[in-house]
Design a protein around this ligand. Structure first.
Ligand code: GLC
Length: 527
């Protein structure tokens, strides 16, 4: 095990989406005071780090991923002093703070862009990409051409996302220095790390017809950004959609001094055709992808264990069963992923098994990608289109977090249609509390180093069931997870073992166990 596996594998990260987490001042949006009021809740759950999605000044065209000032907070959430106070409170509870670094683009309201579009010889012009005509056919992620004509200065600028999110020109050393200064600014305020938004897009390859990331300078830029000695302690996780296993080794190996790790999303795309369409899948399509990536931890790399985030659907609705087996499937999926070798990332709401909500009308949606998709497909059968939207919209994870049955009447986004039924208060009062299960799961992970540092070996993976072993300093555990159908499981492999976690309340394991739908059992093995 190398240095940074030792330092970072104990992390358990909880992602907070500030706009929807907890509203204390009653304006229909979350705020820093709300987050502060829930630190106890997070500590009780067993997390030791939080990742705050962007809380910087922003017109919120893309909900904060369009930053207008990297060094100031958005007034809707609170002041910079309040945020600093929040850092202290988290630290006092032993919880590290990870901020979102959106380095590929800014808001068009950022002063750099306001300056840049003033004239072709403005000192900030070169902070962005400008061209007399589009340099290629690139499409923006939220639809339409990635090149937007700017009337005032008579040229096109590049925006990989919304028109209001111009891409920063990383070939310009001044831009690279600016972003590094931003990193240092927050690091000096005590921030422990960064989640780096669409980081593989900072280096472009304009000759590629179908994408704009992973240019040849990528590693150089990342090293320049994070490679300094005084930034070495930072935990950094990239959002690199295009990363391959081979590339991962180049970018995330300790000696490279670039990123500590990067999200890999392949397993989260199982069951989906693009963002909005369902696709048939088997359980081992999912587990197989995860196992493929987890294998790299044998080579001292760090792997983020993730099921949900603010861009994805709720996992119980995609891979689980959010009707009959909501508790079982939410807890089984959590057991499967979080006892693997890597760094658990939880997204707000996952710990109570929140499913996707459902609406019949587009007016219940706000997300720019969803709304643009709806517009582009308007001619289709309305019910079919709404089914797709309900399935894949990024708003699935962005509704106000349901703390109790009081549904907010002024929320910035239509509340979850099951808010009254599925909320923290009810979950915690229930015998089948997903939150309570997560607590046990994370406590087990913390108590047994095998789950943190131990080798991870897959015992088997089929379309209906899977099992793997964790092993560390003579202690061995088997994690057995069943999918939707009952499975006869030959339990001789774990004979004599003691059940340490079960989502069906199993206390003993015989020779043969019929695993029930979405059953998960963790056994401390004799041998
Ligand atoms: C990332 C974010 C997403 C955002 C996009 C553009 O993928 O997770 O929410 O829209 O980058 O910043």
């Amino acid at each position: 095990m190398n240095g940074y596996q030792k330092d970072f594998l104990p992390l358990v990260v909880y992602q907070i989406y500030p706009r929807s987490f907890c509203d204390v001042n009653g304006d229909g949006m979350g705020d820093f005071a709300g987050i502060e009021s829930k630190i106890g809740y997070l500590a009780d759950l067993g997390v030791n780090a939080v990742w705050l999605s962007p809380c910087f000044r922003s017109p919120k065209i893309d909900n904060g991923y369009d930053v207008a000032d990297f060094r100031d907070t958005d007034a809707d959430y609170g002041s910079l002093d309040e945020l600093k106070q929040l850092f202290q409170s988290f630290h006092a509870h032993g919880i590290k703070v990870i901020l979102d670094l959106v380095a590929n683009h800014t808001s068009n309201r950022h002063e750099w862009f306001i300056e840049a579009r003033k004239s072709k010889d403005n000192p900030y012009r070169n902070y962005y990409y400008w061209a007399k005509k589009p340099l290629n056919e690139w499409q923006a992620c939220f639809g339409g051409s990635a090149w937007e004509y700017d009337e005032a200065s008579g040229e096109y600028y590049l925006h990989s996302y919304a028109v209001e999110q111009p891409d920063l020109n990383w070939t310009n050393p001044k831009v690279r220095q600016e972003v590094k200064d931003v990193v240092k600014f927050w690091a000096n305020l005590g921030v422990d790390g960064f989640r780096c938004d669409v980081l593989d897009q900072i280096a472009k390859d304009f000759s590629k017809p179908d994408g704009n990331g992973n240019g040849e300078k990528l590693d150089e830029y990342i090293h320049e950004l994070f490679g300094d000695e005084d930034l070495r302690h930072l935990f950094t996780v990239g959002e690199c959609w295009g990363i391959s296993l081979e590339k991962y080794r180049q970018t995330c190996a300790e000696e490279k001094r670039e990123l500590k790790c990067s999200f890999c999303f392949e397993h989260m795309l199982v069951g989906q055709n693009g963002q909005f369409e369902k696709k048939p899948f088997t359980f081992d399509d999912f587990t197989g992808k995860v196992y493929e990536w987890v294998a790299m931890t044998k080579d001292d790399l760090l792997y983020p264990l993730v099921l949900e985030n603010h861009d994805r659907s709720r996992i119980v609705s995609v891979l689980g069963n959010d009707k009959t087996y909501r508790y079982e499937s939410a807890t089984m999926l959590a057991t499967f992923i979080y006892l693997l070798k890597g760094i658990p990332f939880l997204y707000q709401g996952q710990e109570i098994g929140l499913p996707n909500p459902h609406y019949d009308d587009i007016s219940a949606f706000d997300d720019i990608e969803t709304v643009n998709y709806y517009r582009a497909h308007r001619g289709e059968n309305h019910a079919d289109l709404m089914q797709k939207i309900n399935f894949g919209s990024r708003d699935n994870g962005r509704r106000m977090f349901p703390w109790d049955e009081n549904v907010p009447t002024n929320a910035w986004l239509t509340p979850h249609n099951r808010h009254g039924e599925i909320n923290v208060k009810r979950d915690r009062a229930s015998k089948k509390s997903v939150y309570a299960f997560y607590q046990k799961l994370l406590a087990l992970r913390k108590a047994e180093q095998a789950f943190i540092y131990g080798d991870c070996n897959v015992l088997f993976s089929t379309s209906g069931c899977t099992a793997y072993k964790r092993e560390w300093k003579g202690k061995k555990f088997a994690v057995i997870c069943n999918y939707a159908q009952p499975t006869e499981f030959d339990a001789r492999v774990v004979k004599g073992g003691k059940v340490v976690l079960s989502n069906y309340g199993v206390e003993e394991i015989g020779e043969r166990l019929t695993l029930r739908p979405y059953e998960a059992v963790v056994v401390k093995c004799e041998k």
